[in-house]
Design a protein around this ligand. Structure first.
Ligand SMILES: [Zn+2]
Length: 374
């Protein structure tokens, strides 16, 4: 991975290059910024730049042995550490999932967390960097380097460090072994334990602009109109944009759930709403929360249609066709309460409440709110 393989981020690249070129590489570095901004690619490019035997023109060469090893995930002095799920009775080590992780990075270089859950076969999982991984890192970092000047640890999502792991790593980060460079990549730096966060050197990676996001999508073979629509909705999150652009079918399925809810709520068909709530609950926790996010967006768009806003362009044709008939039912008297209702359901689902009850309750309350006329 070279810096030039990554679109944009000129400021972050400049700062990373300067660190390496001046010989002032911090022992612990944090790349922080929103999800889907390509931060892990920057981390990999930085590690390659550190290890490359022939770096020039501000980039690694891409063809020396160190670069080739790094590109094939075989670099001897590079360790990957990332959140995993505990399997019954086994210590939870990143290394046990390394092959899955390599596939994941290769397929989803913008590090789509939901895809990582899928790769571990548990879309409801809450992966962590467990304490045994901390022990393993400490053990491996006491060995001498195997030919490189530095050992690099690429850690994805330090906000998922178990507290006990963080305490183990604190020593490393604080008085790091002279030859170790920790490169952490965080989507939610505020959730990193302050003891760690206050001790790392930080580089902020900003979100991609809509134009940059659209260009990334079109480079991947997505047509320009779809790419531009998806980029606008995704607000700089390339994973989200890719999902929006690629999963037209998925969006139709979500729209179908939304229209079923609204039609049956308007018609006060309680038995059908019960059936609906069972179907949404059956999706599983993450997809159910995905539906709530989607429904909230459509409610907002419906309200904005009263203003004949340009935002209509963010809808696909099926969504537009439904909302053109539906939007009169969403008005000043109910829009805030409806959105609050969905927000509350999201919090309940995230907190593992019984999804059947949450969605049935939401459906019944929707009946009442839809009847409030502007
Ligand atoms: Zn090289």
């Amino acid at each position: 991975m070279k810096f030039s393989d990554i679109p944009g981020h000129d400021d972050a690249k400049r700062r990373l290059r300067e660190m390496a070129d001046s010989g002032r590489i911090p022992h612990a570095l944090l790349l922080e910024g929103p999800a889907g901004a390509g931060k892990f690619m920057l981390a990999r490019a930085f590690a390659s730049y550190i290890h490359c035997a022939d770096r020039h023109d501000g980039d690694s060469c891409g063809c020396c042995p160190a670069c080739r090893q790094a590109d094939s995930f075989g670099h001897l002095d590079t360790i990957y550490s990332f959140p995993v799920l505990k399997r019954s009775g086994k210590p939870a080590l990143s290394d046990d999932y390394l092959d899955d992780f390599k596939d994941f990075i290769t397929k989803y270089p913008y590090m789509d967390f939901d895809r990582w859950l899928e790769a571990m076969d548990n879309i409801n999982g809450q992966p962590l960097i467990y304490v045994e991984e901390g022990n393993e890192l400490l053990r491996r970092l006491t060995f001498k380097t195997r030919g490189s000047k530095f050992k690099t640890v690429l850690m994805w999502l330090p906000e998922r460090l178990q507290e006990a792991t963080a305490n183990k790593l604190l020593k490393l980060v604080e008085e790091a072994f002279a030859d170790t460079v920790f490169i952490m990549v965080s989507n939610s730096p505020r959730r990193i334990l302050p003891t760690i966060y206050s001790r790392v050197q930080r580089v902020t990676v900003s979100r991609y602009s809509d134009t940059e996001t659209a260009a990334i999508l079109t480079a991947g073979g997505i047509d320009a109109t779809t790419a531009a629509d998806a980029a606008r909705i995704a607000a700089g999150n390339v994973n989200e944009a890719l999902r929006l652009a690629m999963c037209t079918d998925e969006r139709l399925r979500l729209l179908d759930l939304f229209t079923t809810l609204m039609r049956n709520a308007y018609g006060r068909r309680v038995a059908d709403l019960r059936k609906w709530s069972l179907a949404v609950a059956d999706l599983g926790r993450e997809p159910a929360m995905g539906f709530i996010d989607y429904a909230t967006r459509l409610l907002r768009e419906s309200f904005l249609m009263h203003l004949a806003d340009e935002r209509l362009l963010t809808l696909n044709s099926a969504e537009r066709a439904f909302l053109i008939r539906f939007f009169p039912f969403i008005n000043e008297k109910n829009v805030e309460d409806l959105i609050a209702l969905f927000d509350a359901a999201r919090i309940d689902i995230a907190g593992n409440a019984n999804a059947k009850i949450v969605f049935f309750d939401l459906a019944v309350r929707t009946i009442i709110l839809l009847r409030r006329n502007g």
